[in-house]
Design a protein around this ligand. Sequence first.
Ligand SMILES: Nc1nc2c(c(=O)[nH]1)N[C@H]1C(S)=C(S)[C@@H](COP(=O)(O)O)O[C@H]1N2
Ligand SMILES: [Mo]
Length: 248
Amino acid sequence: MNQDAIEALEPEFNQNAKPYGRRAFLGIAALGSLGVVLGNRQATAVKATIGKVAIKDPTGIAKLLPINDDRWTIFTVTGGYPKRSKADYQLKISGLVDRPLTLSYNDLLQRKATSMTKDFQCVTGWRVDDVPWVGVLLRDLLDEVGVQSSATALRFTSFDGEYTESLTLEQAYRPDMLVAYQLLGRDITTAHGGPVRLYAAPMYGYKSIKWLETIEVVDKVIPGYWEERGYDIDAWVGGSNGLSDDPI
Ligand SMILES: Nc1nc2c(c(=O)[nH]1)N[C@H]1C(S)=C(S)[C@@H](COP(=O)(O)O)O[C@H]1N2
Ligand SMILES: [Mo]
């Protein structure tokens, strides 16, 4: 099956599922415990669940694909999917580095590939076990650009124009932080953040920014999209807000 056919099986965005604005969030936050409210808040950004795939697939072939997994939910805070072809894709690495770098999709493919199979866990409670990923280790890219001594953190942006994320340099140098281009044994689909997204394996899913566009090396942590809305900056699975205290 080619990439287009696979993408056609993916759920379409529910245009009615508009994300809350910050004002609504603050109002609701006053009502309940932060963990629960935040969990619900993120859930409103749901695009669709994989359950819908079956409806669009009278052949039943989707059932043979790992994507037909109703534990997996697709998120997008913008209310849509930004589309960038592999030919047009560029990843820019800049900031406090000796050799700023702009990589095409093919440039990325030509670098040393790293595979890992690990769980994917959203802070709202859903979890997909044993997900295979392939990409380039973030630390390999950092070594290539030469991080300057004044740097302490990374700032990530998405070509959806809204989502951002952060990692400390120490976190970024871990061997399980991946700039990923394959997921579930195939190229990352648009819905899952393709052609290139981050996979921050030891952390909740919100750290794994989709539709990755820039990595800026900076001198202090700049809180990302959900972090500005109350989520922990250090999002270790089981060790930060959301799931561990308040399973939902
Ligand atoms: N650009 C962007 N990246 C994002 C998100 C998003 O809404 N936009 N949601 C985050 C959250 S909360 C989770 S759990 C995962 C979900 O990944 P998936 O949509 O492939 O399931 O993406 C993360 N990265
Ligand atoms: Mo999430």
